[in-house]
Design a protein around this ligand. Structure first.
Ligand code: SF4
Length: 193
């Protein structure tokens, strides 16, 4: 039995069971694509901070109780009410697949909440203050351009935006910079689901 299934037996109310697609409309950026709104059968307020800390490019507003992030080419928005929106979707099939993937991700966050508790405000604050300068400080700073960027600062900005991956910087994957690589990963993704 998987850990998820076991906890589901102990706390049947702990997980999202269903996310229903409520509305599909043409995508504003491309009318050949659709955007959709869906509704989870459970509020998501408790897991939004966990999702924020586990998705490197996520933005989180406590005031709006909303999380946004890029997943592949889609912009995803999740609200504490359980409302979920996604853009730039091919068709209904892709929408259903994306909803299933979102459900799995959300339930991994609920499992994390059950097993580790709520994340501290310090952890959330540190991620909110993360900017390209803080990442740049940990990069090799040689401006070697092996990543295809003009230099390490440009790379840091794209890394924070998820337009680049750390693996695109060959020097940081070497033994010499392994501690820096771990530090950057922890700064961008303090929780791994
Ligand atoms: S490959 Fe790495 S070290 Fe070289 S410029 Fe890009 S970020 Fe800097």
């Amino acid at each position: 039995m998987k850990q998820n299934d076991f906890i589901d037996l102990l706390f049947p109310e702990a997980f999202v069971k269903k996310i229903d697609i409520k509305e599909m409309t043409p995508c504003t950026a491309d009318p050949d694509r659709i955007k959709f709104l869906a509704q989870a059968d459970k509020p998501l307020g408790e897991v939004l901070p966990i999702l924020y800390l586990s998705i490197p490019n996520a933005k989180y507003s406590e005031k709006l109780e909303a999380l946004t992030y890029r997943y592949k080419q889609h912009l995803v928005t999740m609200f504490s009410t359980g409302r979920i929106g996604m853009t730039y979707v091919k068709d209904r099939n892709e929408a259903e697949q994306l909803v299933e993937e979102a459900k799995n991700l959300i339930n991994r966050a609920f499992l994390h909440l059950k097993t580790h508790g709520k994340p501290t405000s310090e952890l959330i604050g540190a991620k909110k203050e993360l900017d390209p300068t803080k990442i740049y400080e940990k990069l090799p700073k040689t401006n070697c351009k092996e990543c295809g960027e003009q230099g390490c600062f440009a790379f840091a900005a794209k890394l924070l935006n998820s337009e680049k991956s750390l693996l695109d910087c060959p020097p940081i994957t070497t033994e010499k910079y392994s501690a820096s690589k771990t530090q950057i990963e922890k700064m961008m993704q303090p929780i791994k689901l």
